[in-house]
Design a protein around this ligand. Structure first.
Ligand SMILES: [Zn+2]
Length: 336
C-alpha cells in the first residue's frame, strides 16, 4: 500500500497536525493497550489516526496535572509521539510488548524528564490567556484579544510560546485512492463519481509551543472558545460561546454527560447569583490588577499567583461539594 507523504511527515514529527481549512487537529499514534490475558502492555505497530476539533490538544494539555502519574499517563497514551519518537518508543516494547513494571518505570522516567517543561508551558498559557482574554489590563481593555497577544509578544520575550514556535506549512492534494500513473488514467479515475481529490492545508508543528500557539490564536480570534465546564470544571473547546458544559461523562456518572446534567441544573437555579463565587472573582480581579500594576513588586505578583493556584483547587472542591460555601468563603476572606 502506498503511504501518504503527509502522514509520514506527521509521524516523523510530533504525531500532530492542524488542518487549517476545517479547524481540525489530526492526531496520529501507535495505540498502547493492556492485554489482560498476558498481563502485559502491547503496542500496535499500525498507527491510528484521530481527527478532533482544533483546540482539543490545548484543553487536554491544560487539564493535565503533569505532576500526577495518572494524568501524565493519560496524556502520553493519547499524544505519545509529542513526547518521544517512535523508534525510542519501540525500544521499550521488545517484540511488541513489555511487562507492567517495565512500562511503569518507563512512564515515570519520561514524566520526570518532561514535567518541568510541561508545567512551564502550562504557566505560560495561563499568563497569556489571563492577559489577552480573562483579565486585560486597563490599557488593553479597548483592544481585541488577538491585538493584546501581539502586544504581549513584543513586551514579553520570555514567553517562549509566543516567540519560539516553529511549524511548517504544507499544502497537498490527495486522491481518495490510487489514481493510476498516466494522464489518461488519472482523468478516468476522476470521471468515476466516487473518486475525488482532497485538498489539505496542513500545519505541522515542530514543537509543542507551535501547536499551542496556533490554538491560542484561534481562541483569541474567537473562531473557537476555550471554556471551563460549569459542572466538572475542566477546560473544553466550544464552537459556540453560549455552551457552558462539556460533553464528557460527568464525574460520578456512567452515561450522563456534563451537558445533560447542566441543562437540568441551569433550569433549577435559573442562574441565581452565587455570592461566594462572586466574592472569589472580585478578590481575584483585585489581586490580578495589583499584580499587573506593580509587576516589579514580588509581594503582589506572588500574592496573586498563590491565590490563583490554590483558588483553582478550592473552586473545584466547592463545585464538587467537597468544600462548603462557608469554608470557601472563610478561605477567601483569610487570603484577601
Ligand atoms: Zn464537564
Amino acid at each position: 500500500m502506498e503511504e501518504n507523504t503527509y502522514i509520514l511527515d506527521i509521524l516523523s514529527g510530533l504525531g500532530l497536525a492542524i488542518n487549517e481549512k476545517n479547524n481540525s487537529e489530526i492526531v496520529i499514534n501507535y495505540p498502547i493497550n493492556f492485554d489482560k490475558k498476558t498481563m502485559k502492555f502491547v503496542i500496535d505497530s499500525n498507527y491510528k489516526i484521530t481527527f478532533q476539533q482544533l483546540g482539543c490538544f490545548l484543553s487536554d494539555f491544560l487539564n493535565a496535572d503533569f505532576n500526577e502519574y495518572a494524568d501524565f499517563l493519560n496524556f502520553f497514551t493519547k499524544y505519545s509521539l509529542s513526547l518521544l519518537n517512535y523508534n525510542k518508543l519501540k525500544k521499550v516494547f521488545k517484540n511488541g510488548y513489555c511487562t507492567e513494571e517495565t512500562f511503569k518505570d518507563f512512564v515515570l522516567d519520561l514524566q520526570t524528564k518532561n514535567k518541568n517543561l510541561l508545567n512551564k508551558l502550562q504557566e505560560q498559557i495561563d499568563m497569556i490567556l489571563d492577559y489577552c482574554l480573562l483579565n486585560p489590563t486597563k490599557k488593553a481593555e479597548g483592544y481585541k484579544p488577538i491585538e493584546r497577544l501581539y502586544v504581549l509578544r513584543r513586551i514579553s520575550p520570555n514567553l517562549t510560546i509566543l516567540n519560539e514556535n516553529k511549524s511548517a506549512y504544507y499544502s497537498t492534494n490527495l486522491f481518495s485512492s490510487y489514481p493510476g500513473s498516466t494522464e489518461k488514467d488519472i482523468y478516468e479515475f476522476l470521471s468515476k463519481k466516487k473518486n475525488e481529490v482532497i485538498e489539505y492545508d496542513l500545519i505541522l508543528p515542530y514543537d509543542l509551543s507551535s501547536i499551542i500557539y496556533k490554538s491560542i490564536c484561534s481562541i483569541l480570534k474567537e473562531f473557537l472558545y476555550l471554556k471551563s465546564c460549569k459542572n466538572c470544571n475542566k477546560y473544553f473547546i466550544a464552537t459556540n460561546k453560549a455552551y457552558n458544559y462539556c460533553q464528557n461523562i460527568a464525574p460520578g456518572e456512567t452515561i450522563k454527560t456534563c451537558r445533560d446534567i447542566g441543562r437540568k441544573a441551569t433550569f433549577e437555579n435559573t442562574k441565581a447569583s452565587n455570592p461566594v463565587l462572586d466574592l472569589y472573582y472580585k478578590t481575584y480581579n483585585r489581586k490580578s490588577m495589583m499584580k499587573s500594576r506593580y509587576p516589579d513588586i514580588p509581594k503582589y505578583v506572588n500574592d496573586f499567583n498563590k491565590f490563583k493556584e490554590t483558588g483553582k483547587k478550592k473552586i473545584k472542591q466547592y463545585k464538587t461539594n467537597k468544600l462548603s460555601a462557608e469554608e470557601f468563603k472563610n478561605w477567601i476572606e483569610k487570603n484577601s
